[in-house]
Each structure stands twice: as C-alpha cells, then as structure tokens.
Design a protein around this ligand. Structure first.
Ligand SMILES: [Zn+2]
Length: 92
C-alpha cells in the first residue's frame, strides 16, 4: 500500500475535522502531542556493556542521578554483566 502524501493526509484531516466539527489546529496539536509522547516511550537505548545487549532507558532518580532501568522498571545494575560501568553514570 502506498504511503499517502502530506497533501493527501492534510486533505483527509480537513475532511475529518469538518465531519467532526473540530478545529484543524486543535487536532494537529493533539497529533503533535501524541507523536511526542510516542517518541518519549521509544527512548530506549542499547546498554553499552560489552557483554550486554539489553534495551535500557535512562531515568532521573529523585536525587537527580541518572539510572538505567529495564522495561519492567527494575534497575539495570541488578542484571547487567557490565554493571560496574554504571558507577560513573551515563558517561562510563
Ligand atoms: Zn547492561
């Protein structure tokens, strides 16, 4: 299936807005917001550990330190074979 062009997408959006009685600008803002939310959810990186290929995400702790966690929320230190590299933070 061909990807719709931007013009086609915009036209479809306009039609949808007219049908639903929604401001196109408002709908675009919502779309942008959901794209940003999606991007934040996708903020997973591969662990830099030489023997580790886990997907991790860096979060800020309440104390303001960065900490890698896994998809289920457990700190990555616990399972990473290269855990010692995390002692210095992200730059290790
Ligand atoms: Zn790791």
């Amino acid at each position: 299936m061909d990807k719709p062009t931007r013009a086609e997408t915009m036209a479809a959006l306009d039609t949808l807005c007219m049908a639903e009685g929604v401001e196109p600008g408002l709908l675009l803002a919502l779309l942008k917001f959901s794209q940003l939310a999606e991007k934040m959810r996708e903020d997973w990186v591969e662990c830099r550990g030489a023997a580790c290929t886990a997907k991790i995400k860096w979060i800020k702790t309440k104390k303001g330190r960065e900490m890698p966690v896994e998809r289920d929320g457990t700190p990555h230190h616990a399972t990473c074979p290269n855990a010692s590299q995390f002692r210095g933070g992200r730059g290790a």
